[in-house]
Every structure is written in structure tokens, then in C-alpha cells.
Design a protein around this ligand. Structure first.
Ligand SMILES: Nc1ncnc2c1ncn2[C@@H]1O[C@H](COP(=O)(O)OP(=O)(O)OP(=O)(O)O)[C@@H](O)[C@H]1O
Length: 657
């Protein structure tokens, strides 16, 4: 059966072969394997660990250095109260359905998706239509096969309804999903049992700080809260100038209900998050927006998804922001910068799109939200979320803690403000209010203009007012005009106070790395298909393979010199001195994605230079050590392409055997 997901060379993608390469070359494995492994936890071996470091270096350069962001390292252990205030304790949850007979837990949206996809596939089979598979996960296939049980043709209207359901599933609440499960008789694909209605389950790992258990805490589910609570320090560091942005790279933890799809849904993962603080009255304009205005992006908007379509529109970000499809310049600027980052690390641009969140999918405070999704053999997967979080987080933390989390800036022109003021006569009210005096004073200060105006009329009429005061007996207190005066006053205001809004691009590094590995994987046709990982030289975990023609002590001195030079250039290299042929040595290292090979042969001993081989084309040039190293350094810095090197250095027609 043809797979919809193709390799970078247009070949059918064989997930089994790909995963076997990742295992063989120790890119990654499930953690704690000798103890039976734990779902959703992975260890990275040397190639993937180095790849991650290279990708992070580019991320730091592309965002932190280039955009002058303030890098932070915030604590992962987070007190309960912080995440209570941010809404995570109550709302950071997924819906799950229980199979009451087996006790198995199924994520509600995954359950609906799996069953409905299987029914649509079965319908296609019954109609004799070509089936394009995105799913090759054997476990999922088995589930789907069981659910489909022979090809069943659907009514046209039902088929349409199912397609619409899949396109709008992200928009569903728990109740919506419960209704869909009932209406369409969706059962556990494993047992065929009916499932219980969806219930919400919190995804955070709870723990405690200290031995007493008095300080409950969580492992953070995102890095954002630490950044918000550092706001005052950031503002001071940036000389109170907005816009300003912080960035944090660190681990987050989510107790996913059904971790699956390798690195795509795990329980501990590296995030790289940016919080860009902007004055809401600036219209969220971005000073560098004009430099990206004409860049084209594939945008899949909410309206298109609602119509059951998943084809993105290619449009310039300028047009998208002008038409308000993307809410503001800052959000638009980041979408472009995210795309440019993906391009830099070698993501296939035909496998990237931006999908707008559906109304229910967005957090209640969010203004607009776009996910950067990458296509892999698992389908389209969100790899970066880019949300406008408005002023929500700073406002709630300010309210909960009383800490000032606003910007105060001088007004260009002082303004006269006429307003209602309610004032307590401290001397006269002291004996009457006693210990309640401070509470009353606080309450009067916090009253809105409308209420103050209403109370002034009441005071004029009755000579007294009744005010609700928190913490006093009975919850109210009577105040007469002897101790309280309410009237209009004029003051001159020279400062403005406001809570900045936040645009947040949030990167899941593991999902990006996994997608990247699929995007650069292909097989070279030949006697036996050989796998290649075409990492760009800038991100490749190892840059150079050093291969002496044979095991011969005569090569030792040149090898030592070459290794020293590679070391001086800070290039990661590997030496392969094994007895197998040069061709075999190249091809097994192509699986590690090493972009360049330097061969030392007998002519090298005669001062006739070395050969430099490029992984993807297998072409070679012959040149001196200096020339070769200069070319490799430039290519690994992204300053020169192989095509340029072939033009300026003599091509070598050696055979790879
Ligand atoms: N369980 C996970 N495993 C790996 N990466 C994750 C996981 N959850 C989130 N991420 C990454 O963190 C980024 C930001 O997190 P965000 O809260 O926006 O994700 P999310 O909307 O909860 O993702 P999903 O809907 O897929 O669970 C995501 O774009 C993704 O790359």
C-alpha cells in the first residue's frame, strides 16, 4: 500500500527500516530498558545528543542573539500556588475514557480519531478507492484493522460528517466528545467494549518541596511561568524599554495519558520558549515587521478547517496581517522567524505549515494562536505553538501576590484627570473603625469610578453609606459623612501604567528533532539499498569522517597531523580505520549523516593532497590539507555550499568500493 509520506527523494518511507537505523546507530532508545523501559521516556545516544546541541546552538543564535532576547534559566520545580494562579491546576488536563471492563485508559480525542479514521479507511476500501496511509505504526494498524473488521461502505452523508468531525476535533469540549462517542457508537478499538464518558485528568507531575509535605509543588509543564515571575528583573535589565523578550531553554514534564509515536509524545521534553512583552496600545506592531512583510507562508486558517479542508493558502505575512487573518505584526513576525529557523536546520519546507487554532482549542485568554506543524510519517504534528497570551499571566500573578507586574512610563504630555475620590478621615475614623480602619481604607481605594459616583449620591441623600468590606464581621460596614467624604477632584497624571501583552512562541525540541530526522532520511539505490541521513553540515552531529586507505603505519604521521588540524578547527570528527573497503566505510557512516569524508592514500604520502568526499552526491575533490580544511570549515558554518567547492577545487574521479 502506498504511503502518503515520502522521503526527501520521493521514495516510499519505510518506518521499520528508519527505526532500525536509529536503534543501530544508537540515536535513541527507551529509558531504563533493563527494567522493562518506561513509556514516554527516552535516552539520547551520541548522534542525537550532538544533533540537539547543534540545533539549540542555531536556535540561540537565530533568536536570542539576533533578536537581543534575555536568556533565562528558571527553576523546574514550581510551587503549587504558582500553577494554581496560572490556571494549570484546574485546566491543564486532557480528557480520557475508561474501558470499564479492562480498566484501560484511552485519550478521548485519540480514541475518536482512531475509530473514525478506521471507518473512513474501510469505506474507501469498499468503494475501491486508493488508500493513502499516513499511519504505519503496527500497533495502531492492528487497532484500526480490528475496528474496521472488513470493508464497510458508509452513507455519503455519514462520510461527510466523519470528515468534518476529524477536521474539527481539536475544537471539541469534553461534553462534545462524549456526545460524539455516544452518537457514533465509538468503542474501544482493542476490546470492542463501550467506554465511559470523557473525564478530565490533570497532566502535571505533583511532588513536594521538603520533607513535611507542607509545600506541594509540580514539575513545570512549561517554562513560561518562571519567565513571567521574573518580569520585574527583565524590565530592569532592559532599562524599562518595551518591546522586550525573554527566552528559556529547559525541560518540562507532562504526565501524558497515552505517550506514543516515539519522541512526538513523551513525558519529559526539552522546550525552548520565548515570551515577547509588548505594549497593547502599540497595536502589537513589531519594529522589524517590514523586513519580513513579503515572505510567503503556508497558512491553514480556522475557516478552511471548519469547512473540512486542510489545504493551506500560500500568502505573504504582510497580506495576512493587513487582512487580520493573523492578528498582529508581532505574531506575524514570529511566524516568519520560526519558518526561517526550520529552514536553517534543514526541515523540508514542503512538509511545513502553520495551522490556526480553532476557537475552543485556544486557551480562554488567548487572542490568536498558530501552530507550526511538520509533516512526518505520523501525519501533521504541532512542533511550535505561537500564541498571543494577552495580559493574562502577568495580571493574575499580580492579583494573587500583590507584586507590581506592570510597566510604568512617563507620559509625553502630562494629563489632567477629573475623578471621583472617596477619602477616609483617619483621625476621626480611628476610634470608630478601630482594627477595621485599614481594611476600609483599602476597600475605598479599590472602588470603581461608577461605584464611587453612586455612593456619593447615597451619601448626599442619606448622610451615610454601606460598603462591603472583606474580612469584617458581617461582611459590610456603615460609614457616615463625618468620617468619609466622596467628591470630584482633579489631579495631574504624568505617568502611565499598563500590563504588557505577551506573544509566546513555544518550541518542542524533541518533536523538531524527530521530524528533522525523518525529513533528511532516504535510501541510496544500489546492490543493497543503503540509508543516508542528509543532515546539513551546520547541524550534522559529526562533521568529518577520516579514512586512511588501509591499515598501514605509513599513514600514522599524516593522520596525526590531520587530527590535530581538525581539532584546532573545533570540528567533530570520527576516524574509521577498520579493515573493510572505503565504500563500505563511507556508506555505514552515511547512516550517521557525516557530511564529509577525508581520505588519506599513498599519493597523500607523496605530497599530492587528500580527497574530500561529499555524502549526498558522493563526489570528490582532491586538494591540499589547507584547502580541504578551509572548505570544510566554511561549509560547516553555512558560508559555502558544496557546489561552490566543486567549482574551485579539482574534481577527483575516484571510485567508492
Ligand atoms: N508530550 C509532549 N511530548 C513532546 N513534545 C511536546 C509534548 N507536549 C508538548 N510538546 C511540545 O511543546 C510545544 C508547546 O506546547 P503546547 O502546550 O503548545 O503543546 P500542546 O498544544 O499541549 O501539544 P499537544 O496538543 O500535541 O498535546 C508543542 O508545540 C510541542 O512541540
Amino acid at each position: 500500500m502506498a504511503s502518503e509520506y515520502k522521503t526527501m527523494k520521493g521514495q516510499d518511507f519505510d518506518r521499520g527500516a528508519f527505526e532500525s537505523l536509529l536503534r543501530r546507530k544508537v540515536f535513541l532508545w527507551q529509558s531504563f530498558e533493563p527494567y522493562g523501559a518506561v513509556k514516554g521516556l527516552f535516552d539520547y545516544g551520541p548522534p542525537l545528543e550532538n544533533l540537539e546541541a547543534e540545533v539549540i546552538n542555531i536556535w540561540r543564535d537565530h533568536f536570542i542573539r539576533h533578536e537581543k532576547m534575555m536568556a533565562l534559566k528558571c527553576s523546574m520545580l514550581t510551587p503549587y500556588e504558582v500553577l494554581k494562579t496560572s490556571g494549570h491546576v484546574e485546566k491543564f488536563a486532557d480528557f480520557m475514557c475508561k474501558d470499564p471492563k479492562t480498566g484501560e485508559i484511552l485519550r478521548s480525542d485519540h480514541l475518536i480519531k482512531d475509530v473514525i479514521e478506521a471507518r473512513l479507511k474501510s469505506d474507501k476500501e469498499a468503494r475501491g478507492e486508493k488508500i493513502e496511509e499516513t499511519v504505519e505504526d503496527p500497533k495502531k494498524k492492528k487497532k484500526q484493522a480490528k475496528a474496521a473488521k472488513g470493508a464497510v461502505k458508509l452513507d455519503d452523508a455519514v462520510r461527510k460528517e466523519y470528515e468534518h468531525m476529524l477536521a474539527t476535533l481539536d475544537d471539541c469540549t469534553g461534553d462534545d466528545m462524549g456526545a460524539l462517542i455516544k452518537k457514533h457508537d465509538i468503542r474501544s478499538p482493542i476490546t470492542g467494549n463501550e467506554v465511559e464518558p470523557p473525564v478530565s485528568v490533570n497532566l502535571m507531575f505533583q511532588t513536594q518541596i521538603g520533607a513535611t509535605g507542607k509545600e506541594p509543588a509540580f514539575l513545570r509543564p512549561e517554562t513560561a511561568q518562571g519567565q513571567f515571575l521574573s518580569f520585574q528583573k527583565l524590565l530592569e535589565y532592559s532599562d524599562s524599554q518595551l518591546p522586550m523578550a525573554s527566552a528559556c531553554i529547559g525541560y518540562s514534564f507532562r504526565n501524558e495519558l497515552s505517550p506514543r509515536a516515539g519522541l512526538l509524545r513523551v513525558r519529559e521534553f526539552l522546550m525552548a520558549e520565548i515570551e515577547h512583552f509588548v505594549d497593547p496600545e502599540s497595536g502589537k506592531r513589531h519594529p522589524k515587521f517590514n523586513s519580513v512583510r513579503d515572505v510567503k507562508l503556508p497558512l491553514l486558517d480556522r475557516k478552511t478547517q471548519n469547512a473540512g479542508d486542510t489545504t493551506p493558502t500560500i500568502t505573504t505575512i504582510g497580506e495576512a496581517v493587513d487582512s487580520k487573518l493573523v492578528d498582529n505584526e508581532t505574531l506575524g513576525y514570529f511566524l516568519v522567524r520560526i519558518m526561517q529557523f526550520m529552514q536553517k536546520i534543514g526541515i523540508d519546507m514542503t512538509k511545513l505549515r502553520f495551522r490556526q487554532h480553532m476557537a475552543n482549542e485556544m486557551a480562554h485568554y488567548a487572542v490568536d494562536c498558530w501552530d507550526c506543524e511538520l509533516f512526518s510519517s505520523y501525519g501533521w504534528i504541532e512542533c511550535v505553538g505561537c500564541a498571543d497570551r494577552s495580559a493574562f499571566d502577568l495580571s493574575v500573578h499580580e492579583k494573587a501576590t500583590g507584586t507590581f507586574l506592570k510597566v510604568r512610563e512617563p507620559l509625553k504630555e502630562p494629563v489632567k484627570i477629573e475623578e471621583w475620590v472617596a477619602q477616609l478621615d483617619k483621625k476621626k475614623s480611628g476610634p470608630k473603625l478601630k482594627k477595621n480602619q485599614a481594611k476600609v481604607e483599602q476597600t475605598l481605594l479599590g472602588l470603581s469610578q461608577e461605584i464611587k459616583e453612586k455612593l456619593s449620591l447615597e451619601m448626599e441623600k442619606e448622610g451615610k453609606i454601606v460598603v462591603a468590606v472583606e474580612g469584617v464581621e458581617g461582611g459590610k460596614i456603615e460609614l457616615d459623612k463625618e468620617i468619609v467624604s466622596i467628591g470630584r477632584e482633579t489631579r495631574v497624571e504624568s505617568m502611565r501604567e499598563y500590563t504588557p501583552n505577551v506573544i509566546e512562541p513555544s518550541f518542542g525540541v524533541g518533536r523538531i528533532l524527530y521530524s528533522l530526522m525523518e525529513h533528511v532520511y532516504w535510501t541510496r539505490e544500489g546492490d543493497a539499498a543503503r540509508s543516508v541521513m542528509s543532515f546539513k553540515p551546520t547541524v550534522a552531529p559529526i562533521k568529518v569522517l577520516v579514512v586512511p586507505l588501509q591499515k598501514d603505519v605509513k599513514f600514522a604521521a599524516l593522520m596525526a597531523e590531520l587530527e590535530q588540524r581538525l581539532d584546532e578547527e573545533q570540528l567533530a570528527y570520527k576516524v574509521d580505520q577498520s579493515g573493510v573497503s572505503i565504500g563500505k566505510r563511507y556508506s555505514r557512516n552515511d547512516e550517521l549523516g557525516i557530511p564529509f569524508g577525508i581520505t588519506i592514500d599513498y599519493e597523500s604520502l607523496e605530497g599530492k593532497g587528500f580527497t574530500l568526499r561529499e555524502r549526498d552526491s558522493t563526489k570528490q575533490v582532491r586538494a591540499s590539507m589547507d584547502e580541504i580544511l578551509e572548505a570544510v570549515v566554511k561549509m560547516c558554518k553555512g558560508k559555502e555550499a558544496w557546489e561552490g567547492v566543486v567549482k574551485r577545487l579539482p574534481v577527483f574521479e575516484g571510485k567508492e568500493e
